[in-house]
Write a protein that binds this ligand. Sequence first.
Ligand code: 6PG
Length: 238
Amino acid sequence: MNPKDIYIGTSPEEVSKLITNYIIGLAKSLDHSMNIAISGGSTPEMLFQYWLKRPQREFQDLGIRFWWVDERLVPVDSPDSNYGNAKRHFFGPVGYPEDLLFPISFHKDDTPEEAAEKYNELLKKHMESEGRETPFDLVILGVGEDGHTSSLFPGQELYNRQEYYIPSVNPYNGIKRVALSYQGILRAPHVLFHVLGHKKRDILHEVMQRAKEEDFSLPASFVFAKGNDVTLFTDLEV
Ligand code: 6PG
């Protein structure tokens, strides 16, 4: 039954420390360089702030490579850019090697379909060159207040899309997106949910309850119920 493990921290920083210890432990257990797909939004900012305090080369000395769970089709210098924020708030300041970072890149005129296809091509080359069955060792997800995760929103019928990355859109503001699909998430051996703050209490409880009842009407419930080795890190009582 998922989540397999739940780690509750008394503060966002303690949750970040628990997540970081988990990541380092997993990285050291693998017989290859670890590939992490990380989400956007504001919650990962807590991780970036904490990681800035850690030994600067900790992740890069382990050869950890970062990919993105999803991206908004906005310029990298936009505050809405998941990669742009991650680069500004952590990867840039610590001088993370560019060859260990794999942003969802696209041309400003690309459609979400074209951008998703480009990233799928990059993933395919990565898997072929490394003889991997799946691109990521770990997928780090958040949960939106509507129960979305990645850029998979309630009401979108995307459960059966087989491609790793698919086009999406934020239904509330129309911003086009590229998202790691449900099937792409389910192929990862480890899934980590990072959920912080009292505003997320109700939705987190709802998502977990529906997962228990095998009610997949909320995107995060589907992943909580069906993901591999799902671990929840939160500052909330669950
Ligand atoms: C995105 C994220 C998204 C996020 C949730 C939670 O690009 O928006 O990938 O899935 O994880 O919306 O967002 P917050 O961390 O901002 O609450």
